[in-house]
Ligand binder design. Structure first.
Ligand code: SAH
Ligand code: SF4
Ligand code: F3S
Length: 472
């Protein structure tokens, strides 16, 4: 019987353009969604669709959506209203909503809005060709069933909008944490890990195709655990044989790093409760694993962290930071912060700011709290910080982060960093843009370098977000 891995290896996409229907796909939200769009493109290619970058040229428009905050969903609604106008010009155009907003709103999107022909949640993409046939037959089509097993491990993603240098690889799906503010467990279902052999093979394929950097993706990579398939179990509940052959995240990271020598390996996202020193030691012992950890804290106040159900305190978070920097002294650490969560006070905000400074985050993604229907916080807590206060607090938090980033970046002036060239700084510009090992953006004159080169760059200037230098 043909194995999954044979299929992955042998799959060649038919790139002939005749008689192909055209798919335009737009991705929103996190890297996981962008990665899913590449799986969707692969499924649709097998069903005779070719991707196009021109929405007016498309027979099928798919929006792969995010539901993390209310404004993410508002953006999609506006896009759908715009697409309705395209539908008037092209009556056979099919518009589908996929991803997390599709999963959250389900048939509400078909019934109430009448803007959409097709709705598919994150675990039902294999069903898309069938759903499209149903739409062609005059029906509205929907599949929002979540799975405990689906990892799309056997599919070879079609790299979309690719620079040919950096790529994402999904290593797991779903999330079993119940952070009270978060909609992801509802939109992406139970956590499940993907077969490590298929991950390594995908990494090697990327290396063979000239890629220079991969990022392993999961909502909580530290709970990755493979013991031969099936729904997730805890390590201690595995049989002796399963334990002996199991692969945890540190093992997977090591396998990947060894199998793609010379290629940069990154990952996202770590959970402060679950990260282990084994993972950090693995990073330290493989030169090609980048010294950067995205380490979302959400708040610096233990009381708020408890209400968020993050399962760590401020002190425990800071201990993890010490553990990381004890093993990799120059490890870059970035954060995620939510301003204005339920019951947050000005004193809690001060705790967040002091933690950001103490952790020396190179950058952070910072948001105001947006209550999501159905989450534990929406059911049990009151969204009692005014929108005005949320914005003021966010501004304060952003200013604090800018100060920290500026100090870190200025401290790098005079140093030489290895930069992977990703693209032109601006279209038609004389400079390249790339990222350092620490994931800081670096701009330098092109000289005789090319996209995909690893270049030693001496840093001469710094801003809050960018380093500027010259190749040495
Ligand atoms: N799995 C990752 C985060 C996924 S969501 C983790 O646990 O860290 C990405 C970020 O969006 C979160 O870290 C959080 O900062 C933010 N976020 C999630 N839900 C939110 C909400 N309801 N309002 C505002 N920000 C939110
Ligand atoms: Fe959401 Fe928490 Fe899961 Fe991250 S770990 S996706 S914040 S529930
Ligand atoms: Fe958004 Fe879904 Fe990612 S809600 S952040 S696209 S997992």
């Amino acid at each position: 019987m043909e194995s999954i891995l044979d299929r992955l290896k042998d799959k060649k996409l038919d790139t002939s353009t005749s008689n192909k229907r055209k798919l335009y796909i737009e991705s929103y939200g996190c890297a996981m969604n962008f990665s899913d769009s590449e799986i969707i493109a692969s499924i649709m290619a097998d069903s005779g669709f070719q991707t196009t970058e021109d929405e007016m040229d498309a027979d099928l428009v798919l929006l792969n959506t995010c539901a993390i905050r209310d404004n993410a969903e508002q953006r999609i609604r506006n896009r759908l209203i715009h697409l309705k106008r395209n539908k008037r010009e092209k009556p056979n155009l099919i518009v589908g909503v996929l991803g997390c907003m599709a999963e959250r709103l389900k048939d509400q999107l078909l019934e109430e809005e009448k803007l959409v022909d097709l709705v598919a949640g994150p675990d039902s993409y294999r069903d898309l060709p069938k759903l499209i046939e149903e739409v062609n037959d005059g029906a509205k089509a929907i599949n929002v069933i979540l799975s405990k097993e689906e990892t799309y491990a056997d599919l070879s993603p079609v790299r979309l909008n690719s620079n040919g240098v950096t790529a994402f690889i999904s290593i797991m799906r779903g999330c079993d944490n119940m952070c009270t503010f978060c909609v992801v467990p509802f939109t992406r279902g139970r956590e499940r890990s993907r077969d490590p052999d298929s991950i390594v093979l995908e990494a090697k394929n990327l290396l063979d195709n000239g890629y220079k950097e991969i990022t392993l993706l999961g909502q909580n990579v530290d709970s990755y655990l493979w013991f031969g398939g099936g729904p997730k179990k805890e390590f201690k509940k595995l049989s002796t044989e399963e334990q002996a052959s199991s692969v945890d995240f540190a093992d997977l990271l090591e396998r990947v790093a060894i199998s793609v020598p010379g290629m940069r390996v990154r990952y996202s996202t770590s959970h402060p409760r679950d990260i282990t020193d084994k993972v950090v030691h693995t990073m330290a012992s493989h030169k090609n694993i980048c010294n950067h950890i995205h380490f979302p804290v959400q708040s610096g106040s233990s009381r708020i962290l408890d209400l968020m159900n993050r399962n760590y305190t401020r002190e425990e978070y800071l201990e993890k930071i010490d553990m990381i920097r004890g093993i990799i002294p120059n490890c870059a650490i970035s954060g995620d912060i939510i301003a204005g969560f339920c019951t947050e006070t000005e004193a809690d905000v001060e705790d967040t700011i002091s933690l950001m400074k103490q952790s020396n985050f190179c950058y952070s993604f910072m948001y105001t709290y947006s209550e999501r229907p159905g989450t534990l916080a929406a059911k049990k807590l009151q969204d009692d910080v005014s929108e005005e206060d949320k914005s003021k607090r966010l501004t304060k938090i952003i200013e604090a982060q800018n100060e920290v980033s500026k100090a870190i970046n200025h401290g790098l002036i005079g140093q030489t960093l290895e930069v992977l060239v990703e693209s032109e700084a601006k279209r038609g510009n004389a400079d390249w843009k790339g990222r350092s090992d620490e994931s800081i953006k670096v701009i330098f004159p092109k000289a005789n370098h090319a996209i995909g080169d690893l270049v030693q760059v001496k840093i001469t200037k710094a801003t809050t977000t960018t380093l500027i230098g010259v190749p040495v």
